[in-house]
Design a binder for this molecule. Sequence first.
Ligand code: SF4
Ligand code: SF4
Length: 327
Amino acid sequence: MPKPKVGLYWCASCGGCEEAVVDLAEKILDVVAAVDIVFWPVALDFKKEDVEALSDGEMTAAFINGAVRLSEQEEMVHLLRRKAQYVIAFGSCAHLGGIPGLANLTDRQSIFQYAYRDAPTVVPDDGIVPRQQVTVPQGDLKLPEFWERVRALDQVIDVDYYLPGCPPTPTVIANALTALLEGKLPEKGAVLAGTRALCYECDRAATKPEKGCTLSEIKRPWEIIADPEKCLLAQGILCLGPVTRGGCDAVCVKGNMPCTGCFGPLDRVRDFGAKGLSAIASLLDSNDEAEIERLVNSIPDVAGVLYRYSLPASVLFKSAQTKGDAP
Ligand code: SF4
Ligand code: SF4
C-alpha cells in the first residue's frame, strides 16, 4: 500500500517550527518511514513545480507554519490547499497570526521606513526600499508583494486542524501524526492539543491560592528569583496559564518562566487578549481607580502581552478586515 504523501511549508516564520519537526529526534525516523515527504523546501530539494505536478488531493496532509504576509505565501498556501486532503496550521503563527502578526500594530510603510531608512544599522540611508519589480541588464526581477497586513492561515484558506504552540511541542506533533496515520483525527476545525487550561497540568497548581490569586504588584521574571515550586502568579509574575490551552506539559513553567499564551485560547473563547484582560482585571487587588491604573501601567507593552500570538485572529483585527483594511 502506498505511503501517505505529506508536505511541509513555511510562510512568515522564524524557522522554529521547522526546528520543532527536527526536534522529534528519533521519532522523526518513524515519521520518515511512515510517510512519503513530497515537499519540504527547508530540508529537501522539491520545487513548486513538483507540487503543481501532483493531482488535486493527492497529498494526504500539508503542514503549514508561519503567518501569511507575502503574495508568494498566499499563492503557495492556495496551491497546497488544492493538493492536500488535510491542511494543518502548524504553530502559533499559522494558527492565530503569531509573533509576526504583531506587525499589524503598524503598517507597511512604517515598517519599510524603519527597516530600510531609520534603523540605526542602516548606514548610509541610500533611500532604497524593496520594490516589486526592478529592471537590470539581465532582465526584469520580480519580488513578492508585501501585503499591508499579516494574516493567520485560516484567514486565507480553509484549514482542517490546528497544532498550537510556539513552536508545537514534540508530544503534540507526534500525537497529531499518529492520529493522522491511524485515521483517528477528531472533528474538522479541532485544535490538536489539550481541552483544559494549562493550570490543570502545571506541577505548581497545588500552590495556587484556593480562592484565586490577587496581584498587588506585577513583577517581570527578571526582577525576582522565582521560587521554582510555587505558582508564578502567586509570586506576582503574570502567568497566562489560567486562560491558555494546555497540552504543552507546561514546558515554560518547568523552566521557571511564565506561560505567555502560545497554545492560544480554549474552545469557545473568541478573543485570547480579551479573555486575558478580563482574567488580569479580576486579579488586581484594589478597587481604587488610581491604584488600578498604576498596576495596569506596570505591565509593559499590554498589547504585546495579551496579543503576543493572536493579534491577526483578534476581534479587533477581524473588524478592521471587514472595513477593507487587509491584506
Ligand atoms: S509559531 Fe513560534 S516557532 Fe513557529 S514560526 Fe511562529 S514564531 Fe517561530
Ligand atoms: S498560573 Fe502559571 S504557574 Fe500558576 S498554576 Fe497556572 S500555569 Fe502554573
